[in-house]
Design a protein around this ligand. Structure first.
Ligand SMILES: Cc1ncc(COP(=O)(O)O)c(C=O)c1O
Length: 385
């Protein structure tokens, strides 16, 4: 059910783009938003803290943090405005609204990034085109259309093929690509998106009474995990927390890359069959690999049962956690209570004094499946009210 690959090429890295000071403009933008509020940090037993991003901006996932910051930066670039001096009010002054209205953004998403982009387009006054991989449930496409200002279509491609296709479409149509993963030659926008995610970490640091010794981070393309790991390193350079990535077994590109141990990022070998839609990505983000390939202690690959377990556990604690949000909670619970995992606990120095930070990255973004999971609650697990 759980596999772990240690990172045999762990090394010191510098990640200053994600330091508190270098991300001040990110928080300046987020604080300007009327929807901005710190999300809750919930303390569970056994030294586990859960940062609950299901409450972010009313869009049930953390992704809007990166989407709106990158969109803001692209708009500033297109209008030749200095982002450090530009406010939302500046963008509402003539002649900017007319010019922003004509801007069209494009992206691929497995759900939450697209919803964040649509929401951001609604706030900033532009339009977005969002494409989704095959197998996406229609409720996710509808949520994107309803979040702000985007059209959304479900394609018959896998996530990574869809990314390549939207990249070509962006060029053909002259639309602005706002993709939450990087590749050689496409790094500036994903860097802004990743910097956008740091707000959740810096909130968590100010909410926690102690520093985390361990952080377990879900990885799809790894942009979120890379950003949080980098911000954590910058915050605690003397006592950096132990970082581990967590992926679905059938789409485990970081696990696969740690397993191969040649220092290069590798595609996931799995079938892509998982209910963790947000983590169903086969190709690592290059910027994220540069960070995690250096500083992560290793990566986990988890069967869907692990996240089902996490969803029910978190529900008992009053947290609504979707498929991609709950997997770290399910994993940590199994690691801590099951003697089969003693070897992994030792490798990760996961003892009784550990202070563990987890991020519930989404709420019930597929409400139908969420209800099903709660109804199937097994032995000793409570169902949702
Ligand atoms: C809920 C949720 N959690 C985690 C992730 C993983 O983020 P990343 O693709 O940056 O690794 C995603 C990505 O879409 C997501 O939607």
């Amino acid at each position: 059910m759980i596999e772990f690959a240690a990172n045999q090429r762990q090394r010191q890295i510098s990640a200053s783009d994600f330091s508190f000071d270098r991300t001040a403009d990110v928080r300046r933008l987020h604080y300007m938003l009327s929807a901005y509020a710190e999300t809750p940090l919930v303390r569970l037993d056994r030294g586990i803290y859960v940062k609950d991003e299901s409450k972010r901006f009313g869009i049930k996932a953390f992704k809007g943090l990166g989407g709106i910051y990158a969109m803001f930066r692209i708009i500033c670039r297109e209008l030749h405005l200095n982002p450090a001096e530009t406010t939302l009010d500046t963008l509402r002054e003539s002649p900017y609204p007319d010019r922003i209205r004509r801007m069209e953004f494009i992206t691929t998403t497995d759900g939450n990034h697209g919803k964040g982009v649509s929401w951001a387009a609604g706030i900033l006054g532009c339009k977005a085109h969002v494409y989704m991989p095959k197998g996406t449930v229609e409720a996710r496409a509808q949520a994107i259309r309803g979040a702000g200002n985007a059209d959304a279509a479900i394609t018959n491609m896998r996530y990574d093929d869809c990314v390549a296709w939207t990249r070509e479409l962006a060029e053909a149509k002259g639309w602005l690509l706002i993709q939450d993963t990087s590749w050689p030659g496409y790094e500036q926008v994903p860097l802004w998106i990743m910097q956008g995610y740091t707000t959740l970490f810096y909130e968590a640091v100010s909410q926690m009474k102690e520093r985390p010794t361990h952080i377990f981070l879900q990885a799809g393309v790894g942009a979120m995990a890379g950003a949080i790991a980098a911000a954590a390193l910058e915050t605690c350079p003397d006592r950096p927390p132990i970082i581990a990535t967590v992926e679905p077994t059938e789409a485990a590109c970081f696990y696969e890359s740690f397993e191969r141990a040649d220092g290069m990022p590798h595609m996931a070998a799995g079938s892509g069959g998982t209910m963790m839609a947000g983590l169903n990505c086969a190709v690592p983000c290059t910027l994220a690999w540069d960070i995690l390939g250096g500083c992560a202690a290793g990566g986990f690959a988890c069967a869907d049962e692990v996240t089902c377990h996490g969803m029910r556990l978190l529900s008992k604690a009053g947290i609504t956690a979707g498929e991609s949000g709950a997997v770290t909670a399910g994993l940590v619970d199994l690691l801590l209570q099951n003697s089969d995992y003693e070897g992994i606990r030792k490798q990760l120095r996961l003892g009784p004094d550990a202070v563990i930070l987890l991020i519930n990255t989404e709420g019930d973004t597929d409400p139908e499946n969420y209800r099903r999971m709660m109804m199937m609650a097994g032995d000793g697990e409570a169902s949702a009210d």
